[in-house]
Unconditional design. Structure first.
Length: 175
């Protein structure tokens, strides 16, 4: 049955860039921030690529773009109507790799940017809803990313007063 599945990814590295690339064609001008990562699917990912290798055996380069995916780009990149991005599996003669991109609203993009910039987290999981998938097989190229969530885990901040006695003076205490 063709449907969708969720891929859980663990980032290996994050990159944040700020760039300005003017172009004589204003529609091709690139300016602003960029967020990308290299990730691996978690060990429980059983998605099989068309070359019969599991997705979890590949590093995945993923770019996060601020904004929304325009309707005409769905057709241009052969994505599902509800897609916010895509994943592509490239299997050439000498190299096989997986890469993709997704659009996130300005608020969500800013929140991820801040989390990565702040650092200090002990774990991060990215969950992507993708389709079409047929019986744990990558169906078609690209896979459409239809949902995304980013979870950053941190340890609690230690309570500085824990284990320390607090002495208070009262107005009746001796001096």
């Amino acid at each position: 049955m063709v449907g969708h599945t969720y891929l859980d990814l663990k980032p290996l590295t994050w990159s944040q860039t700020i760039g300005h690339y003017p172009n004589s064609d204003p529609s091709k001008k690139i300016e602003g921030s960029g967020l990308s990562l290299i990730a691996r699917a978690t060990p429980n990912c059983d998605l099989i690529l068309r070359n019969r290798v599991k997705l979890r055996d590949f590093d995945i380069t993923l770019h996060i773009i601020s904004g929304t995916l325009e309707p005409d780009e769905h057709l241009k990149y052969v994505l599902q109507d509800d897609a916010i991005g895509g994943l592509w599996f490239v299997d050439d003669q000498d190299i096989d790799f997986v890469h993709g991109w997704l659009f996130f609203s300005l608020n969500n993009y800013g929140a991820i940017w801040d989390q990565v910039r702040q650092g200090g987290y002990v774990d991060c999981t990215i969950s992507l809803g993708v389709k079409p998938v047929r019986d744990d097989m990558w169906s078609g190229n690209p896979l459409s990313i239809v949902s995304a969530s980013f979870k950053f885990d941190r340890k609690p901040i230690p309570n500085k007063s824990a284990g320390q006695k607090v002495f208070r003076r009262s107005i009746f205490a001796r001096r």
